[in-house]
Design a protein around this ligand. Structure first.
Ligand code: NAP
Length: 253
């Protein structure tokens, strides 16, 4: 009550790692954390112009930042990355693979790849981060799930189930680690205009169709996700744990 609004959202002195923050939703969240005062690690699967560009943009805005590269669908690479990383105060589990395929067409190889990137990589990062956060008596874990948890998308059964799995894992961590000052929550984005769906969203008919499903009648932007991600990491969100925030314009209903 005695905090100013600035203090309520102040992340000065904190470090944040955005898993998959070279572009899209992860980038918007990591930039918001940086603007709130955190030191940020921007991460991508590979060296890219987009990763370089976001680091440049952040530096220009006076944000202390670093970049990190790791292909999180590769278990050995993920384990090496986890072992070497400086455990952040705020860990955003954002990157994912999303393959559209009919249930019967999915191969077990494809299934393993998607679950490695979307579930196992998070598990590996969390196994490394939780003991350190526990020792520090502070941790903010934000998983990026999906509206698919509520409305299973056609041809997305594997992706959608991986997102529900992430949500359940966050709830488990919320219960198990709450007494150590660690919170764990998820955000479920609706349809957000990012590279991932740029092709389909370039088709006006498809956009019209999508909008007809969304009560607020618009496609979201990556920045629409940043506010709830900031709340979950900020001092004013410290009593929020084990929840999911659907940021969907109502599509989850
Ligand atoms: P995006 O534009 O496709 O960006 C994906 C980010 O994840 C990039 O930074 C990418 O790095 C990284 N990444 C992808 N595969 C990776 C891998 N194997 N290892 C390491 N990093 C990897 O995605 P987005 O649309 O912003 O989505 C972000 C999250 O929100 C995802 O979890 C997605 O499932 C979820 N979501 C998105 C929507 C939507 O409509 N966009 C809706 C619901 C949920 P590189 O640049 O190096 O490739």
């Amino acid at each position: 009550v005695n905090m100013s609004v600035t203090e309520m959202f102040d992340l000065s002195g904190k470090t944040a790692l955005g898993r998959g923050s070279s572009r899209g939703i992860g980038k918007a969240i990591a930039l918001a954390y940086g603007r709130a005062g955190a030191k940020v690690v921007f991460h991508g699967s590979k060296p890219s112009d987009k990763l370089d560009a976001v680091v440049e943009e952040a530096e220009k805005a006076g944000i202390a930042c670093e970049k990190a590269i790791c292909d999180l669908s590769n278990e050995a690479e993920t384990k090496a990355f986890a072992a070497e990383m400086d455990v952040p105060d705020i860990l955003v589990l954002n990157a994912s693979m999303q393959t559209y395929m009919g249930f019967e067409d999915f191969t077990t190889e494809e299934f393993d790849k998607e679950y490695s990137a979307n579930v196992k990589a998070n598990f590996i990062l969390l196994q490394r981060a939780l003991p350190v956060m526990k020792e520090r008596k502070f941790g903010r874990i934000i998983g990026i799930s999906s509206v698919n948890h509520y409305r299973p998308g056609l041809n997305l059964a594997v992706y959608a189930s991986s997102k529900s799995s992430l949500m359940n894992m966050m709830k488990n961590i919320a219960r198990s680690y709450g007494s150590f000052g660690i919170t764990a929550n998820t955000i479920s984005p609706g349809i957000i205009a990012t590279d991932r769906n740029a092709k389909i969203l370039s088709d006006p008919k498809a956009v019209e169709n999508f909008i007809s499903w969304v009560p607020t009648h618009r496609i979201g932007a990556a920045d629409d996700i940043a506010g709830s991600a900031l709340l979950l990491a900020a001092p004013c969100g410290s009593f929020i744990t084990g929840i999911d925030i659907p940021v969907t314009g109502g599509l989850h209903l």
